[in-house]
Design a protein around this ligand. Structure first.
Ligand code: SAM
Ligand code: DTB
Ligand code: SF4
Length: 387
């Protein structure tokens, strides 16, 4: 596909989902005049999504600081003195409380992050319990706990975890400048374990770490050429943390950030592209450009993991000013569940009309009325069975 595909070509049916992007093609997209790039990205976006709907997740740090990894951007690495207050693994009840509050404020997904290289066996039962309980609130669940082996990924999937976040962070070439305690291949193995266990993948990276455009190209190429595109692609702008080696790196041109979002949207047309960390340092106009370029997910709530995010009231105002509405997956789930219930009722009626259903029931269950599905008013999902 030429990098300059005209907007007329950009309909859902003819924008193929590709996994064979060449670096030169991605380079060419980055090099387009800004307006052309945005137009192309916006066209791809509206061919696959409602361009005015944004998915909203809330983050919680469930275990903070003292991390053995040496990620040069991170407030939580034990290698740097960032004066962060460390915290042990939170109690399950506390996590559930926070999830409930996030849900009540309109989040559809709750993401739990831990400053671990990988979870220890003794942590797993607590983490699995968190997944089960948060999920039972009707929220989608996401976790980011570091590297996972196959068994851990399967246990999380069995507990009902919907998404696992594990970022590639940057290009394979720049990676060694940023992290030395785990390799790019380690990250790819964890992503494969998550995929094999049947969970959805949330995987992206950070820009503004002093990398070159070529590294942003390399990161997006890695993501777009994975066997399946991550369902969620967080693009983080570096939040500079005092005490870390990247604290004083030069600012990235905000238009280059928008370009990165636009190219991610074009390469991965069916993925949610998340305008992730760094919104607090961005003005509303830059964020609006990111939404135009195809970003359709954000973190919502005053805190990311250890740093500030815009006030919820500010985001509400921004959404109002832009005519954006939060994507409420609960309503979508509710619509689907509702449709299933209606279908079941129609089938039941048809069977009844044919005089077959109750006769069969009478024989097998002593004439009990068939069960009716009831929707939970909060989650919109089938909740109880009424007789
Ligand atoms: N410890 C786990 C791991 O690294 O896999 C999970 C938590 S970690 C904080 C999740 C991601 O947050 C990182 O991979 C990185 O992409 C992003 N991140 C961390 N610190 C950041 C910062 N200062 N600015 C922007 N993004 C950051
Ligand atoms: C991701 O890509 N960004 C989020 C989430 N995944 C876990 C984390 C952003 C962290 C920003 C710095 C902080 O708050 O510590
Ligand atoms: Fe640890 Fe994750 Fe921070 Fe790296 S990014 S230091 S692994 S918490």
């Amino acid at each position: 596909m030429p990098a300059t595909a005209s907007p007329a070509q950009s309909s859902a049916s003819d924008v193929a989902v590709r996994h064979d992007w060449k670096r030169s093609e991605i380079d060419a997209l980055f090099a387009l005049p800004f307006n052309d790039l945005l137009f192309q990205a916006a066209s791809v976006h509206r061919a696959h999504f409602d361009p005015n709907a944004v998915q909203v997740s809330t983050l919680l740090s469930i275990k903070t600081g003292a991390c053995p990894e040496d990620c040069k951007y991170c407030s939580q690495s034990g290698h740097y003195n960032t004066e962060l207050e460390k915290e042990k693994l939170l109690e399950v009840a506390r996590v559930v409380e926070e999830a409930q509050a996030a849900r009540d404020k309109g989040a559809s997904r709750f993401c739990m992050g831990a400053a671990w290289r990988s979870p220890r066996d003794k942590d797993m039962p607590y983490v699995l319990d968190m997944v089960r309980q948060v999920k039972s609130l009707g929220l989608e669940t996401c976790m980011t706990l570091g590297m996972l082996d196959q068994g851990q990924a399967e246990a999380l999937a069995d507990a009902g975890l919907d998404y696992y976040n594990h970022n590639l962070d940057t290009s394979p070439e720049y990676y060694g400048q940023v992290i030395t305690t785990r390799t790019y291949n380690d990250r790819l193995s964890t992503l494969a374990n998550v995929r094999d266990a049947g969970m959805k993948v949330c995987c992206g990276g950070i820009v503004g770490m002093g990398e070159q455009r070529d590294d942003r190209v390399g990161l997006l190429q890695q993501l777009a050429n994975l066997p399946h595109h991550p369902e969620s692609v967080p693009i983080n702008m570096l939040v500079k943390i005092e005490g870390t080696p990247l604290a004083d790196v030069d600012d990235l041109d905000p238009f280059e950030f928008v370009r990165t979002v636009a190219v991610a949207r074009i390469l991965m047309p069916e993925s949610y592209v998340r305008l992730s960390a760094g919104r607090q340092e961005m003005n509303d106009e830059a964020q609006a450009l990111c939404f135009l370029a195809g970003a359709n997910s954000i973190f919502y709530g005053e805190r990311l993991l250890t740093t500030d995010n815009p006030e919820a009231s500010h985001d509400k105002q921004l959404f109002n000013r832009l005519g954006i509405h939060p994507l409420d997956l609960r309503h979508e789930a509710s619509d689907e569940a509702h449709e299933e219930v209606i279908k079941a009722q129609v089938a039941e009626q048809q069977a009844e009309d044919a005089g077959l259903f109750y006769n069969a029931m009478a024989q097998s269950e002593g004439g009990k009325r068939p069960a009716k599905h009831v929707l939970d008013k909060d989650t919109g999902r089938p909740a109880a069975t009424e007789h």
